[in-house]
Design a protein around this ligand. Structure first.
Ligand code: CP
Length: 315
């Protein structure tokens, strides 16, 4: 049994097979509509979510399965002190696969150690968000035609932004990528992400605070919101919020083929006037989310693609 806790829970070949499967399902979902008949997905969300929870549920419903779960720890026995280990073991009796979001880093990993069914990390604190990463890779590949030899700018809250940490890890697997981390000094990429993802693969990266200066040189721009819920100090958040605001005027400095990604939700870091620009790719990400999550569910349930006869995961 396999779990999906970090992007590298799957090998690079498996990640690429997952992206290919999502592309096929997007092109023609019909052959996949009943593959999960009789199966159940549990969504255990201890933290707020719109996209991740609803798209996992939509994915399972589109595969013919059913869903159950809770949204908010106060509605579960976590409010009485139950551990994620016990909850995962219990829910393994009710569902065939679990998607868990939790404010504590490492909680889905802990759950996976006692679960009797596959566990998907749907975002754990400021750590990782691997299903979002697969969405980001799918969107970049659709827009740029490749995942290597790209200059990727990450902008905003790089300290707490789990999607940045996971996407950096994933893009580090490909040759020739260059990383530009654009943030205030206080929101720089954590050292552990550099140690785990960038240093071992000798990736070229730079850190700067100047978005405008970097824009003309980027192939992809990944914007993020300042993560208010992760700050210990409200004053610190108020000082940093609004530090980057991409509008159509600023976007004129970027290449015409530079997609703008954002995991959403946004606050004020991308102005509404960017939405109509052909470079805006963040609603494509939302669209791709359903197919990626369908592919993750099929992969973990070890169900072969009826079109190719192949499974995503090796043994
Ligand atoms: N991108 C993302 O994780 O959004 P939600 O917090 O709405 O799930």
């Amino acid at each position: 049994m396999r779990h999906f806790i970090e992007p590298n829970s799957f090998s690079l070949e498996e990640q690429l097979a997952l992206l290919d499967l999502a592309d096929r399902m997007e092109a023609d979902p019909a052959p996949y509509a009943h593959l999960c008949d009789g199966r159940i997905l549990a969504t255990l969300f201890y933290e707020p979510s719109t996209r991740t929870r609803l798209s996992f549920e939509s994915a399972m419903l589109r595969l013919g399965g059913k869903t159950l779960g809770f949204a908010g720890a106060q509605l579960s026995s976590a409010s009485k002190g139950e551990t994620v280990e016990d909850t995962a073991r219990v829910v393994s009796n009710y569902a065939d696969v679990i998607a868990m979001r939790h404010p504590k880093e490492g909680a889905p990993l802990r759950a996976s150690l006692s679960a009797r069914v596959p566990v998907i990390n749907a975002g754990d604190g400021g750590h990782a968000h691997p299903s979002q990463t697969m969405i980001d890779l799918m969107t970049i590949r659709q827009r740029k035609g490749r995942l290597d030899h790209l200059t990727i700018g990450f902008c905003g809250d790089l300290k707490f932004g789990r999607t940045v940490h996971s996407l950096t890890a994933a893009l580090s697997q490909f040759e020739g990528n260059r990383f530009v981390f654009i943030s205030p000094e206080d929101l720089r990429l954590p050292q552990y992400v550099k140690n785990e993802s960038l240093e071992p693969t000798h990736q070229i990266y730079k850190e700067t605070a100047d978005l405008e200066a970097e824009l003309p040189h980027l192939d992809v721009l990944y914007m993020t919101r300042i993560q208010q819920e992760r700050f210990f100090n409200e004053e610190e958040y108020l000082r940093l919020k609004g530090c980057y605001q991409l509008d159509e005027a600023l976007l004129q400095k970027a290449p015409q083929d530079m997609p703008v990604l954002h995991p959403l939700p946004r606050i004020d870091e991308i102005k509404k006037d960017v939405d109509d620009d052909p470079r805006a790719a963040y609603f494509d990400q939302v669209h791709n989310g359903v197919y990626i999550r369908m592919a993750i569910i099929l992969a973990l349930l070890d169900i072969p693609d009826p079109v190719t006869g192949k499974k995503v995961l090796e043994a």
